[in-house]
Design a protein around this ligand. Structure first.
Ligand SMILES: Cc1cc2nc3c(=O)[nH]c(=O)nc-3n(C[C@H](O)[C@H](O)[C@H](O)COP(=O)(O)OP(=O)(O)OC[C@H]3O[C@@H](n4cnc5c(N)ncnc54)[C@H](O)[C@@H]3O)c2cc1C
Length: 402
Protein backbone atom coordinates (compact mmCIF):
# COMPACT_ATOMS: atom_id res chain seq x y z
CA UNK A 1 0.00 0.00 0.00
CA UNK A 2 1.36 3.46 -0.91
CA UNK A 3 0.33 6.54 0.97
CA UNK A 4 0.93 10.21 0.25
CA UNK A 5 4.11 12.04 1.22
CA UNK A 6 4.58 15.29 3.07
CA UNK A 7 5.10 18.27 0.75
CA UNK A 8 8.74 18.62 1.82
CA UNK A 9 9.57 15.04 0.79
CA UNK A 10 7.73 15.46 -2.50
CA UNK A 11 9.86 18.39 -3.55
CA UNK A 12 13.04 16.26 -3.49
CA UNK A 13 13.43 15.54 -7.22
CA UNK A 14 16.18 13.00 -6.70
CA UNK A 15 14.05 10.84 -4.43
CA UNK A 16 12.73 7.56 -5.80
CA UNK A 17 9.21 8.09 -7.14
CA UNK A 18 6.34 6.20 -5.63
CA UNK A 19 4.85 5.60 -9.05
CA UNK A 20 6.43 5.60 -12.52
CA UNK A 21 3.93 5.65 -15.35
CA UNK A 22 5.20 4.53 -18.76
CA UNK A 23 3.15 6.27 -21.45
CA UNK A 24 1.52 9.70 -21.39
CA UNK A 25 -1.57 9.05 -23.49
CA UNK A 26 -5.00 9.54 -21.91
CA UNK A 27 -4.69 6.41 -19.78
CA UNK A 28 -1.20 7.10 -18.36
CA UNK A 29 -1.89 10.80 -17.78
CA UNK A 30 -5.20 10.18 -16.01
CA UNK A 31 -3.56 7.60 -13.75
CA UNK A 32 -0.70 10.01 -13.04
CA UNK A 33 -3.19 12.79 -12.22
CA UNK A 34 -5.18 10.59 -9.84
CA UNK A 35 -2.05 9.22 -8.10
CA UNK A 36 -0.40 12.65 -7.77
CA UNK A 37 -3.64 14.12 -6.42
CA UNK A 38 -3.45 11.52 -3.64
CA UNK A 39 -0.06 12.87 -2.60
CA UNK A 40 2.13 10.26 -4.30
CA UNK A 41 5.37 11.21 -6.01
CA UNK A 42 4.74 10.42 -9.68
CA UNK A 43 6.91 10.38 -12.82
CA UNK A 44 5.49 9.89 -16.32
CA UNK A 45 7.83 8.71 -19.07
CA UNK A 46 6.97 9.43 -22.71
CA UNK A 47 9.01 11.03 -25.50
CA UNK A 48 5.88 12.10 -27.40
CA UNK A 49 2.90 12.47 -25.07
CA UNK A 50 -0.43 12.19 -26.89
CA UNK A 51 1.10 10.84 -30.10
CA UNK A 52 -0.54 7.42 -29.80
CA UNK A 53 -4.04 6.30 -30.69
CA UNK A 54 -5.62 9.26 -28.91
CA UNK A 55 -4.29 11.65 -31.56
CA UNK A 56 -6.58 9.97 -34.08
CA UNK A 57 -9.49 8.84 -31.90
CA UNK A 58 -13.04 10.04 -32.48
CA UNK A 59 -13.75 10.36 -28.76
CA UNK A 60 -17.16 8.71 -28.73
CA UNK A 61 -18.26 7.74 -25.23
CA UNK A 62 -20.53 4.96 -26.45
CA UNK A 63 -21.09 2.10 -24.03
CA UNK A 64 -24.60 1.57 -25.39
CA UNK A 65 -23.99 1.73 -29.15
CA UNK A 66 -20.85 -0.36 -28.62
CA UNK A 67 -22.49 -3.07 -26.49
CA UNK A 68 -21.73 -5.99 -28.79
CA UNK A 69 -22.73 -9.63 -28.64
CA UNK A 70 -20.37 -11.68 -26.46
CA UNK A 71 -18.76 -8.71 -24.66
CA UNK A 72 -20.89 -8.41 -21.52
CA UNK A 73 -18.05 -7.88 -19.06
CA UNK A 74 -16.55 -5.20 -21.27
CA UNK A 75 -19.97 -3.55 -21.59
CA UNK A 76 -20.20 -3.44 -17.79
CA UNK A 77 -16.86 -1.64 -17.55
CA UNK A 78 -17.79 0.77 -20.37
CA UNK A 79 -21.02 1.67 -18.58
CA UNK A 80 -19.21 2.15 -15.27
CA UNK A 81 -16.74 4.49 -16.93
CA UNK A 82 -19.31 6.43 -18.96
CA UNK A 83 -21.23 7.06 -15.73
CA UNK A 84 -18.09 8.73 -14.33
CA UNK A 85 -17.56 10.96 -17.37
CA UNK A 86 -19.74 13.97 -16.39
CA UNK A 87 -17.98 14.40 -13.03
CA UNK A 88 -14.58 13.57 -14.54
CA UNK A 89 -15.00 16.21 -17.26
CA UNK A 90 -16.20 18.80 -14.77
CA UNK A 91 -13.29 18.09 -12.41
CA UNK A 92 -10.75 18.25 -15.24
CA UNK A 93 -12.12 21.53 -16.52
CA UNK A 94 -12.11 22.95 -13.01
CA UNK A 95 -8.51 21.82 -12.44
CA UNK A 96 -7.22 23.24 -15.73
CA UNK A 97 -9.72 25.72 -17.14
CA UNK A 98 -9.57 23.70 -20.37
CA UNK A 99 -12.52 23.04 -22.67
CA UNK A 100 -12.77 19.34 -23.55
CA UNK A 101 -15.36 19.43 -26.32
CA UNK A 102 -17.60 17.30 -24.10
CA UNK A 103 -21.05 17.05 -25.79
CA UNK A 104 -24.16 15.34 -24.50
CA UNK A 105 -26.66 15.49 -27.39
CA UNK A 106 -26.59 11.70 -27.64
CA UNK A 107 -26.04 9.25 -30.46
CA UNK A 108 -28.28 8.33 -33.37
CA UNK A 109 -27.83 4.87 -34.83
CA UNK A 110 -29.22 4.64 -38.35
CA UNK A 111 -29.64 2.11 -41.15
CA UNK A 112 -29.49 3.19 -44.79
CA UNK A 113 -31.07 0.20 -46.55
CA UNK A 114 -33.54 -2.44 -45.45
CA UNK A 115 -30.66 -4.89 -44.95
CA UNK A 116 -28.70 -2.34 -42.94
CA UNK A 117 -31.72 -1.68 -40.74
CA UNK A 118 -32.31 -5.39 -40.18
CA UNK A 119 -28.70 -5.81 -39.05
CA UNK A 120 -28.91 -2.77 -36.80
CA UNK A 121 -32.20 -3.87 -35.26
CA UNK A 122 -30.69 -7.20 -34.19
CA UNK A 123 -28.06 -5.32 -32.22
CA UNK A 124 -30.57 -2.84 -30.76
CA UNK A 125 -32.71 -5.75 -29.57
CA UNK A 126 -29.67 -7.23 -27.84
CA UNK A 127 -28.83 -3.87 -26.27
CA UNK A 128 -32.42 -3.36 -25.11
CA UNK A 129 -32.36 -6.88 -23.67
CA UNK A 130 -29.46 -5.77 -21.47
CA UNK A 131 -31.69 -2.95 -20.20
CA UNK A 132 -29.74 -0.26 -22.05
CA UNK A 133 -31.46 2.96 -23.17
CA UNK A 134 -32.06 2.47 -26.90
CA UNK A 135 -35.19 4.12 -28.32
CA UNK A 136 -36.26 3.14 -31.86
CA UNK A 137 -37.34 6.13 -33.93
CA UNK A 138 -39.69 6.32 -36.89
CA UNK A 139 -38.16 7.94 -40.01
CA UNK A 140 -40.09 11.17 -39.34
CA UNK A 141 -38.82 11.28 -35.74
CA UNK A 142 -35.32 10.67 -37.01
CA UNK A 143 -35.54 13.58 -39.45
CA UNK A 144 -37.09 15.83 -36.81
CA UNK A 145 -33.90 15.28 -34.83
CA UNK A 146 -31.49 15.50 -37.75
CA UNK A 147 -33.05 17.01 -40.91
CA UNK A 148 -29.72 16.68 -42.76
CA UNK A 149 -29.96 12.87 -42.86
CA UNK A 150 -30.46 11.45 -46.35
CA UNK A 151 -34.14 10.90 -47.21
CA UNK A 152 -33.39 7.27 -48.07
CA UNK A 153 -32.17 6.44 -44.52
CA UNK A 154 -34.68 3.74 -43.57
CA UNK A 155 -34.76 4.07 -39.80
CA UNK A 156 -32.84 4.53 -36.62
CA UNK A 157 -32.67 4.57 -32.84
CA UNK A 158 -31.49 7.02 -30.20
CA UNK A 159 -28.92 6.21 -27.52
CA UNK A 160 -29.34 9.41 -25.46
CA UNK A 161 -26.65 8.59 -22.89
CA UNK A 162 -23.84 8.01 -25.42
CA UNK A 163 -21.83 11.23 -25.47
CA UNK A 164 -18.53 12.49 -26.94
CA UNK A 165 -15.35 14.34 -26.02
CA UNK A 166 -12.48 15.67 -28.16
CA UNK A 167 -9.36 13.57 -27.43
CA UNK A 168 -7.13 16.31 -28.89
CA UNK A 169 -8.39 18.61 -26.13
CA UNK A 170 -8.57 15.90 -23.47
CA UNK A 171 -4.91 14.85 -23.56
CA UNK A 172 -3.37 18.33 -23.12
CA UNK A 173 -5.86 18.99 -20.31
CA UNK A 174 -4.83 15.77 -18.57
CA UNK A 175 -1.17 16.71 -19.00
CA UNK A 176 -1.82 20.06 -17.32
CA UNK A 177 -3.85 18.45 -14.53
CA UNK A 178 -1.17 15.83 -13.87
CA UNK A 179 1.57 18.48 -13.76
CA UNK A 180 -0.46 20.78 -11.50
CA UNK A 181 -1.05 17.87 -9.12
CA UNK A 182 2.72 17.39 -8.91
CA UNK A 183 3.51 14.69 -11.49
CA UNK A 184 6.81 15.10 -13.34
CA UNK A 185 6.86 14.40 -17.08
CA UNK A 186 10.09 12.81 -18.32
CA UNK A 187 10.29 13.15 -22.13
CA UNK A 188 12.20 9.91 -22.68
CA UNK A 189 11.12 6.47 -23.86
CA UNK A 190 11.41 3.46 -21.60
CA UNK A 191 13.08 0.66 -23.54
CA UNK A 192 13.14 -1.88 -20.73
CA UNK A 193 11.28 -1.88 -17.42
CA UNK A 194 14.56 -2.35 -15.55
CA UNK A 195 15.38 1.29 -16.52
CA UNK A 196 12.57 2.49 -14.25
CA UNK A 197 13.23 2.88 -10.55
CA UNK A 198 9.98 3.35 -8.64
CA UNK A 199 8.04 1.55 -5.95
CA UNK A 200 5.25 0.80 -8.43
CA UNK A 201 5.50 0.93 -12.23
CA UNK A 202 2.35 1.35 -14.32
CA UNK A 203 2.68 0.35 -17.98
CA UNK A 204 0.20 2.52 -19.89
CA UNK A 205 2.06 2.62 -23.19
CA UNK A 206 -0.79 1.57 -25.49
CA UNK A 207 0.65 -0.58 -28.29
CA UNK A 208 4.12 -0.05 -26.78
CA UNK A 209 3.11 -2.24 -23.82
CA UNK A 210 3.68 -5.44 -25.78
CA UNK A 211 7.44 -4.95 -26.13
CA UNK A 212 7.79 -3.94 -22.49
CA UNK A 213 5.71 -6.68 -20.91
CA UNK A 214 5.12 -9.50 -23.41
CA UNK A 215 1.36 -8.96 -22.99
CA UNK A 216 -0.69 -9.82 -26.10
CA UNK A 217 -1.40 -6.24 -27.21
CA UNK A 218 -1.48 -5.83 -30.97
CA UNK A 219 -1.92 -2.77 -33.20
CA UNK A 220 -5.32 -2.53 -34.92
CA UNK A 221 -5.19 0.14 -37.60
CA UNK A 222 -7.95 2.71 -37.98
CA UNK A 223 -8.18 5.29 -40.75
CA UNK A 224 -10.31 8.41 -40.21
CA UNK A 225 -11.10 11.62 -42.07
CA UNK A 226 -11.68 15.08 -40.68
CA UNK A 227 -13.93 17.50 -42.54
CA UNK A 228 -15.26 21.01 -42.04
CA UNK A 229 -18.39 22.71 -43.29
CA UNK A 230 -17.52 25.48 -45.77
CA UNK A 231 -17.13 29.13 -44.68
CA UNK A 232 -16.70 28.22 -41.03
CA UNK A 233 -20.37 27.40 -40.48
CA UNK A 234 -21.35 24.74 -37.95
CA UNK A 235 -22.03 21.20 -39.23
CA UNK A 236 -25.68 20.66 -40.08
CA UNK A 237 -26.14 18.00 -37.37
CA UNK A 238 -25.63 17.79 -33.60
CA UNK A 239 -25.78 14.13 -32.63
CA UNK A 240 -23.03 11.58 -33.10
CA UNK A 241 -24.35 9.50 -36.00
CA UNK A 242 -23.39 5.84 -36.22
CA UNK A 243 -24.55 4.40 -39.49
CA UNK A 244 -24.92 1.15 -41.32
CA UNK A 245 -24.61 2.10 -44.99
CA UNK A 246 -24.74 -0.66 -47.60
CA UNK A 247 -22.92 -3.00 -45.25
CA UNK A 248 -20.30 -0.45 -44.16
CA UNK A 249 -20.23 0.75 -40.55
CA UNK A 250 -19.26 4.39 -40.15
CA UNK A 251 -19.61 7.17 -37.63
CA UNK A 252 -19.86 10.94 -37.94
CA UNK A 253 -18.84 12.98 -34.92
CA UNK A 254 -19.60 16.74 -34.97
CA UNK A 255 -17.23 18.79 -32.83
CA UNK A 256 -18.05 22.03 -31.07
CA UNK A 257 -15.44 23.82 -33.24
CA UNK A 258 -17.13 22.76 -36.49
CA UNK A 259 -14.94 19.77 -37.31
CA UNK A 260 -16.54 16.45 -38.26
CA UNK A 261 -14.72 13.16 -37.69
CA UNK A 262 -15.67 10.43 -40.17
CA UNK A 263 -14.39 6.98 -39.31
CA UNK A 264 -13.14 4.39 -39.19
CA UNK A 265 -11.56 1.31 -40.66
CA UNK A 266 -10.61 -1.63 -38.46
CA UNK A 267 -7.63 -3.38 -40.02
CA UNK A 268 -5.28 -6.04 -38.70
CA UNK A 269 -2.20 -4.06 -39.75
CA UNK A 270 0.51 -2.08 -38.00
CA UNK A 271 1.28 0.63 -40.59
CA UNK A 272 -0.25 4.11 -40.53
CA UNK A 273 -0.54 4.63 -44.27
CA UNK A 274 -3.73 6.30 -45.51
CA UNK A 275 -5.10 4.37 -48.48
CA UNK A 276 -7.23 5.64 -51.34
CA UNK A 277 -9.60 2.70 -50.95
CA UNK A 278 -10.33 3.49 -47.32
CA UNK A 279 -10.87 7.18 -48.05
CA UNK A 280 -13.26 6.23 -50.87
CA UNK A 281 -15.27 3.83 -48.68
CA UNK A 282 -15.49 6.25 -45.77
CA UNK A 283 -16.58 9.16 -47.95
CA UNK A 284 -19.08 7.09 -49.89
CA UNK A 285 -20.73 5.76 -46.75
CA UNK A 286 -20.62 9.17 -45.03
CA UNK A 287 -22.18 11.01 -47.97
CA UNK A 288 -24.82 8.28 -48.40
CA UNK A 289 -25.96 8.99 -44.84
CA UNK A 290 -25.47 12.75 -44.82
CA UNK A 291 -25.39 14.21 -48.37
CA UNK A 292 -24.21 17.68 -47.29
CA UNK A 293 -20.81 16.14 -46.39
CA UNK A 294 -19.97 16.22 -50.11
CA UNK A 295 -19.72 20.02 -49.85
CA UNK A 296 -17.42 19.97 -46.79
CA UNK A 297 -13.67 20.69 -46.89
CA UNK A 298 -11.57 17.57 -46.40
CA UNK A 299 -8.97 18.77 -43.89
CA UNK A 300 -7.24 15.60 -42.75
CA UNK A 301 -6.85 11.92 -43.55
CA UNK A 302 -4.98 10.01 -40.89
CA UNK A 303 -4.46 6.54 -39.45
CA UNK A 304 -3.78 5.38 -35.89
CA UNK A 305 -3.16 2.13 -34.08
CA UNK A 306 -5.59 0.91 -31.43
CA UNK A 307 -4.03 -1.23 -28.70
CA UNK A 308 -6.06 -4.40 -29.31
CA UNK A 309 -6.23 -7.57 -27.20
CA UNK A 310 -7.41 -11.11 -27.98
CA UNK A 311 -10.80 -10.51 -26.31
CA UNK A 312 -11.14 -6.76 -27.13
CA UNK A 313 -11.05 -5.86 -23.43
CA UNK A 314 -8.36 -3.91 -21.58
CA UNK A 315 -5.61 -5.45 -19.46
CA UNK A 316 -5.65 -4.01 -15.94
CA UNK A 317 -3.64 -5.17 -12.95
CA UNK A 318 -0.34 -6.68 -11.85
CA UNK A 319 1.77 -8.71 -14.22
CA UNK A 320 1.94 -12.34 -13.12
CA UNK A 321 4.81 -12.70 -10.67
CA UNK A 322 5.39 -8.90 -10.66
CA UNK A 323 3.14 -7.27 -8.03
CA UNK A 324 5.16 -4.04 -8.46
CA UNK A 325 4.27 -3.71 -12.17
CA UNK A 326 0.67 -2.88 -13.08
CA UNK A 327 -0.59 -3.02 -16.65
CA UNK A 328 -3.15 -0.46 -17.82
CA UNK A 329 -3.27 -1.11 -21.52
CA UNK A 330 -5.14 -2.88 -24.32
CA UNK A 331 -8.02 -0.38 -24.35
CA UNK A 332 -8.50 -1.01 -28.07
CA UNK A 333 -11.52 0.98 -29.39
CA UNK A 334 -12.54 2.22 -25.94
CA UNK A 335 -9.59 4.00 -24.33
CA UNK A 336 -11.24 7.41 -24.24
CA UNK A 337 -14.50 6.24 -22.65
CA UNK A 338 -12.51 3.98 -20.28
CA UNK A 339 -10.14 6.72 -19.10
CA UNK A 340 -12.00 7.69 -15.87
CA UNK A 341 -12.65 4.18 -14.58
CA UNK A 342 -9.15 2.98 -15.46
CA UNK A 343 -7.55 5.92 -13.66
CA UNK A 344 -9.69 5.47 -10.54
CA UNK A 345 -9.26 1.69 -10.31
CA UNK A 346 -5.51 1.74 -10.94
CA UNK A 347 -4.97 4.62 -8.49
CA UNK A 348 -7.02 2.71 -5.89
CA UNK A 349 -4.95 -0.43 -6.55
CA UNK A 350 -1.73 1.56 -6.14
CA UNK A 351 -2.78 3.27 -2.91
CA UNK A 352 -4.63 0.43 -1.17
CA UNK A 353 -2.96 -2.64 -2.67
CA UNK A 354 -6.44 -4.14 -2.94
CA UNK A 355 -7.98 -4.77 -6.38
CA UNK A 356 -11.51 -3.48 -6.91
CA UNK A 357 -13.85 -6.35 -7.91
CA UNK A 358 -14.49 -4.49 -11.19
CA UNK A 359 -10.92 -5.32 -12.19
CA UNK A 360 -11.29 -9.09 -11.88
CA UNK A 361 -12.28 -9.92 -15.49
CA UNK A 362 -9.48 -7.78 -16.89
CA UNK A 363 -6.47 -9.27 -15.07
CA UNK A 364 -3.32 -9.77 -17.15
CA UNK A 365 -3.10 -13.45 -16.21
CA UNK A 366 -6.24 -14.29 -18.19
CA UNK A 367 -3.90 -14.55 -21.17
CA UNK A 368 -1.40 -16.83 -19.47
CA UNK A 369 -1.40 -19.37 -22.25
CA UNK A 370 -1.11 -16.64 -24.93
CA UNK A 371 2.08 -15.06 -23.58
CA UNK A 372 4.85 -15.45 -26.15
CA UNK A 373 7.69 -16.13 -23.68
CA UNK A 374 10.33 -14.78 -26.05
CA UNK A 375 8.85 -11.31 -26.75
CA UNK A 376 8.64 -9.94 -23.23
CA UNK A 377 11.37 -7.61 -22.08
CA UNK A 378 10.17 -8.57 -18.59
CA UNK A 379 10.42 -12.20 -17.55
CA UNK A 380 7.08 -13.92 -17.96
CA UNK A 381 8.01 -17.19 -16.34
CA UNK A 382 5.52 -18.78 -13.99
CA UNK A 383 2.54 -17.80 -16.07
CA UNK A 384 1.49 -21.24 -17.18
CA UNK A 385 -1.30 -22.52 -15.00
CA UNK A 386 -1.94 -19.26 -13.15
CA UNK A 387 -5.57 -18.42 -12.51
CA UNK A 388 -7.06 -17.19 -15.78
CA UNK A 389 -10.57 -15.83 -15.46
CA UNK A 390 -13.35 -16.91 -17.76
CA UNK A 391 -13.46 -14.99 -21.01
CA UNK A 392 -15.15 -17.64 -23.07
CA UNK A 393 -18.08 -15.42 -23.91
CA UNK A 394 -15.93 -12.98 -25.84
CA UNK A 395 -15.02 -13.27 -29.48
CA UNK A 396 -11.99 -12.19 -31.45
CA UNK A 397 -12.94 -9.14 -33.44
CA UNK A 398 -13.38 -9.74 -37.12
CA UNK A 399 -11.82 -7.43 -39.67
CA UNK A 400 -14.74 -5.03 -39.95
CA UNK A 401 -15.64 -1.37 -39.77
CA UNK A 402 -16.53 0.37 -36.61
C1 LIG B 1 -9.28 5.49 -35.47
C2 LIG B 1 -9.49 5.38 -33.98
C3 LIG B 1 -10.69 5.78 -33.44
C4 LIG B 1 -10.91 5.66 -32.06
N1 LIG B 1 -12.10 6.10 -31.54
C5 LIG B 1 -12.33 5.97 -30.21
C6 LIG B 1 -13.54 6.43 -29.66
O1 LIG B 1 -14.39 6.97 -30.36
N2 LIG B 1 -13.76 6.24 -28.32
C7 LIG B 1 -12.83 5.64 -27.51
O2 LIG B 1 -13.09 5.48 -26.32
N3 LIG B 1 -11.65 5.22 -28.01
C8 LIG B 1 -11.38 5.36 -29.34
N4 LIG B 1 -10.20 4.93 -29.87
C9 LIG B 1 -9.28 4.18 -29.01
C10 LIG B 1 -8.41 5.08 -28.14
O3 LIG B 1 -7.78 6.06 -28.94
C11 LIG B 1 -7.35 4.23 -27.44
O4 LIG B 1 -7.94 3.13 -26.79
C12 LIG B 1 -6.64 5.10 -26.40
O5 LIG B 1 -5.95 6.16 -27.04
C13 LIG B 1 -5.67 4.27 -25.57
O6 LIG B 1 -5.01 5.16 -24.71
P1 LIG B 1 -3.56 4.85 -24.16
O7 LIG B 1 -3.14 6.01 -23.34
O8 LIG B 1 -3.56 3.49 -23.55
O9 LIG B 1 -2.67 4.67 -25.49
P2 LIG B 1 -2.24 5.74 -26.57
O10 LIG B 1 -3.25 6.79 -26.76
O11 LIG B 1 -1.83 4.94 -27.77
O12 LIG B 1 -0.94 6.40 -25.93
C14 LIG B 1 0.20 5.62 -25.64
C15 LIG B 1 1.35 6.55 -25.25
O13 LIG B 1 2.43 5.71 -24.80
C16 LIG B 1 3.64 6.21 -25.33
N5 LIG B 1 4.62 5.12 -25.37
C17 LIG B 1 4.58 4.00 -26.13
N6 LIG B 1 5.65 3.23 -25.88
C18 LIG B 1 6.40 3.88 -24.94
C19 LIG B 1 7.62 3.59 -24.27
N7 LIG B 1 8.30 2.47 -24.52
N8 LIG B 1 8.10 4.49 -23.37
C20 LIG B 1 7.41 5.63 -23.09
N9 LIG B 1 6.24 5.95 -23.70
C21 LIG B 1 5.74 5.09 -24.61
C22 LIG B 1 3.26 6.80 -26.68
O14 LIG B 1 4.21 7.80 -27.10
C23 LIG B 1 1.89 7.38 -26.41
O15 LIG B 1 1.97 8.75 -26.02
C24 LIG B 1 -9.92 5.09 -31.22
C25 LIG B 1 -8.68 4.75 -31.78
C26 LIG B 1 -8.46 4.89 -33.14
C27 LIG B 1 -7.11 4.52 -33.71
Amino acid sequence: MLTGRSPSTRSDDRARPDVAVVGAGPIGLAIAWRCAARGLRVEVHDPASGSGASAVAAGMLSPVAEAYFGERQLTGLLLASAARWPAFAAELTEATGAELGYRTEGTLMVGLTGDDLAEARRLWAYQQGLGLPVTPLRPTELRDREPALAPRVRGGALAPTDHQVDPRLLVPALRTAARRAGAVLVPQPVRHLSEVDARITVVAAGCGAAALTGLPVRPVKGQVLRLRAPDGVAPGFRHVIRGYADGEHVYLVPRVDGEVVLGATVEERSDTTVTAGAVLRLLRAGVDLLPELAEYDLVEAVAGLRPGTPDNAPILGPLPGRPDVLAATGHHRHGIVLTPVTADLIADRVTTGVPDPLLAPFRPDRFSSDFPESTGAVGVGGLAGSGAVGVGDRTMEEDRWS
